[in-house]
Write a protein that binds this ligand. Structure first.
Ligand code: DLL
Length: 432
């Protein structure tokens, strides 16, 4: 019988032992960055803290935060603590503007990351005999190689298809008997839609599991992928600054467990930066517990989330996080209401008549922001004519009003108008 946990020692470690482990490693890490990275030395000194002020986990709150602009200001390797001779890989996030964020790894960092990925995939039914198709972008993006490494460690039969060429992805699934599919959830939707159009019964294909991440997606989207794709839709979360995917993963009960022996999580109020407690919603902040090339200290992710410490039926004791609500940068304030694209997505997905495709157009009306939602309907709706289309748009709009509390015009745009994603979907079009 195969083992239940990939790494029993850490995955079911008791709270006291985990805290002691984190404390010891964080103490080393704080010292490591203070002695090696001028940026951290200055930041700690400016705040009047020394690594020796860290005695217990709560003391971490005394230390300064790190933000994305710190990485930009120190581009490319100003926050790297080791010489290039100790660096074995450099990833980077594409970044929408300006220079990318760099992610250097030592051989040991790479090994830790690989272990985190293997842990997650193992929890998601992946085994050595699994045929795993990796359709994340291969290259600088951490998704492709992160999943490759984890799957290699387990010993899967890996199909490194990379992102895009959707018809070929479908052919590979059929011909190679792919059981596990790794890609963004929006790309999985693109694959499912394409297969349905090609008349292929993807629901009854060999696919058993999906390993999705890199962008926010609603629970409703997950159910839709499971139903139409005939697979369990699991999740991975992470970011380039911390290692890439592998920060957390869902178990079979859809609880998102954080690899807290590698990344120490906190939640803070994004406005006051005061620490918040368990079960309170705020910004996720992570500190690298044992990385060596570029260990981030109290890194503000901008991701809005809630942490929970509750018993999970899977047996893992690793702390859990809720699904990411969205990025604080993607939060829109419409008529005084805070709105994330994922909330709009949840409402849209209640409607069987619409395709899981949408874009939010952010506009200015006088001094106020307002939004419109574009989505596509199922073929039957277009076939039924204008009246049916208008009636559907009205129903969705009134449901958004009911659930989110704002008035949002909904446009059912012609078929194939909304760009199909092969990676991270672009949900907001800023037309202000
Ligand atoms: O997206 C790493 C990754 C690759 C994670 C593959 C999972 C799977 P970045 O490109 O640096 O790294 O983007 C990181 O993406 O701060 C979140 O805003 C968002 N994100 C990542 N995973 C999720 C998720 C990778 N499961 C940024 N749910 C993060 C919601 C996610 N948002």
């Amino acid at each position: 019988m195969s083992k239940k946990f990939w790494d029993e020692k850490f995955e079911i470690m008791n709270d006291g032992q985990m805290k002691a482990f984190q404390r010891d490693k964080l103490e080393e890490t704080l010292k490591w960055v203070y002695e090696r990275i001028p940026f951290y030395k200055k930041a700690f000194d400016d705040k009047g803290v020394k690594p020796s002020d860290f005695q217990k986990l709560e003391d971490l709150a005394k230390f300064p935060f790190t933000v994305k602009t710190d990485l930009r200001d120190n581009y490319p390797f100003g926050l790297c603590a080791v010489p290039m001779s100790d660096v074995v890989r450099i990833h980077a996030s594409s970044g929408t503007t300006g220079k990318p964020i760099t992610g250097p790894y030592t051989a040991d960092d790479l090994d830790q990351w690989t272990e985190c990925m293997a842990r997650g995939l193992w929890a998601q039914e992946v085994r050595p005999d699994t045929v795993l198709q990796n359709a994340y972008g291969m290259g600088l993006f951490t998704g492709g190689l992160g999943f490759l490494q984890g799957a290699m460690r387990i010993g899967c039969a890996i199909v490194p298809s990379g992102a895009g060429m959707t018809e070929r992805q479908i052919m590979l699934i059929q011909d190679f008997g792919t059981q596990a599919l790794c890609c963004t959830p929006s790309y999985c939707m693109t694959i499912i839609e394409k297969a349905e159009k090609m008349g292929i019964d993807i629901q009854n294909s060999t696919l058993k599991t999906g390993h999705f991440g890199a962008e926010p997606w609603s629970v409703e989207m997950r159910s839709d992928i499971e139903r139409r794709g005939g697979m369990h839709a699991y999740e991975h979360y992470g970011l380039t600054e911390l290692m890439g995917p592998g920060v957390s993963f869902t178990c079979e009960y859809y609880k998102i467990h954080i690899n807290e022996d590698h990344v120490y999580p906190e939640i803070v109020d994004p406005a006051t930066l005061e620490p918040l407690g368990l079960e309170e919603e705020g910004e996720l902040v992570f500190t690298a517990v044992q990385r060596r090339a570029m260990p981030m200290i109290r890194y503000r992710t901008r991701d809005i989330c809630t942490l929970r410490r509750e018993k999970c039926e899977c047996g893992r004791t690793l702390i859990t996080m809720d699904k990411i609500l969205g990025r604080s940068d993607d939060m829109m304030i419409i008529s005084g209401v805070n709105v994330f694209p994922s909330q709009v997505e949840s409402v849209l997905m209640e409607f069987e008549e619409v395709e899981p495709l949408y874009q939010i157009r952010l506009k200015k009306k006088g001094y106020m922001d307002h939004i419109e939602v574009d989505t596509e309907a199922r073929k039957e709706i277009y076939d039924a004519g204008r009246e049916k289309i208008d009636e559907l748009a009205k129903r969705i709009s009134s449901r958004i009003q009911q659930v989110i509390g704002i008035n949002v015009p909904v446009n059912i745009v012609p078929q194939e108008t909304i760009e199909r994603s092969i990676g991270k979907a672009k949900r907001i079009i800023d037309e202000r």
